[in-house]
Design a protein around this ligand. Structure first.
Ligand code: S5P
Length: 274
């Protein structure tokens, strides 16, 4: 049986990472495989929107470095991330900082742990490019293991949604091989990719999260390519749909988020034969 034919509930008991098990459990309980990409720059717009949409999502994706924080407050970033964590607990979703680390192990450790954002302290999941080789995974994992409390997980970018990206194909195969390497087990939750990855090995389970999702096929004029939830989840076996502008730029974000949730969830149910 392919991983994509198993239910999220079943996978929540067998996934090899604690962060993956938790996410699959949330998806199964809340009946949502929708990740909201909150790509806004004003924190006072973000918090009310996350409060409104929290019940609809399993995961909140952030780009902390696009936000303009008010210089007047003493610790605006800490206050903001504490608020996100509180909302995550209240509405039962996880937080994914879309940092796309891409440096050597030693450098990414500092970028993950420290600086102004202290990503490891508040984001349950982050992601990295495979370009630097397995040291990037080991570096991030060492930081993650020192975090007390909720588990931390990593997604590797195996393929991107944008036109002309260099991922996929042989690059994706090499990225998969890296995720299978000994020592990284328990940390690599899955991939950013455009279709199901791995799973040929018995018991292997990588959660695939996919951006470039719209209610219709299309693009944005800067290379982004949109596919529908039915194509992404139903046909291509991806698990989580990542939606940004399709929700945050809509005049009724709550109503449209429910449309995305429903369509992605039905596509999942059809896939697992429910
Ligand atoms: O291949 C990718 C990987 C990512 S994480 N393509 C993407 O678009 N993303 C991110 O997903 C991107 O940085 C943005 O935050 C989101 C897609 O946003 P949308 O507005 O196009 O839905």
């Amino acid at each position: 049986q392919k991983t994509s034919q198993k239910t999220y509930h079943t996978r929540s008991t067998t996934h090899k990472t604690a962060a993956g098990r938790k996410l699959l459990q949330i998806m199964s309980e809340k009946r949502t495989n929708l990740c909201l990409s909150i790509d806004l720059t004003n924190p006072s717009e973000i918090i009310p929107l996350v409060t409104l949409l929290g019940p609809k999502i399993c995961l909140l994706k952030t780009h902390i470095d696009i936000i303009s924080f008010p210089p007047s407050e003493p610790n605006p970033i800490g206050t903001f991330t504490a608020k996100l964590q509180e909302l995550a607990r209240q509405h039962n979703f996880m937080i994914f900082e879309d940092r796309k680390f891409a440096d050597i192990g030693n450098t990414v450790q500092e970028q993950y742990r420290g600086g102004v954002y202290k990503i490891a302290s508040w984001a349950h999941i982050t992601n990295a490019h495979a370009v630097p080789g397995p040291g990037i995974i080991r570096g991030l994992q060492a930081v993650a293991e020192r975090v007390v409390g909720e588990p931390r997980g990593l997604l590797l970018l195996a393929e991107m949604s944008s036109k002309g990206n260099l991922g996929g194909g042989e690059y994706l195969k090499q990225t998969l091989a890296m995720a299978r390497e000994e020592g990284v087990e328990g940390f690599v939750v899955g991939f950013i990719a455009m279709s199901e990855v791995g799973g040929e090995v018995e018991g292997e389970d990588f959660i695939v999260m996919t951006p470039g999702v719209g209610l219709e096929v299309g693009g944005d004029g800067l290379g982004q390519q949109y596919r529908t939830p039915e194509e992404v989840v139903g046909r291509d076996g991806c698990d989580v749909v990542i939606v940004g502008r399709g929700i945050v730029k809509d005049e009724d974000p709550l109503a449209v988020a429910e449309v995305y949730r429903e369509r992605a969830w039905r596509a999942y149910e059809g896939r697992v034969g429910k």
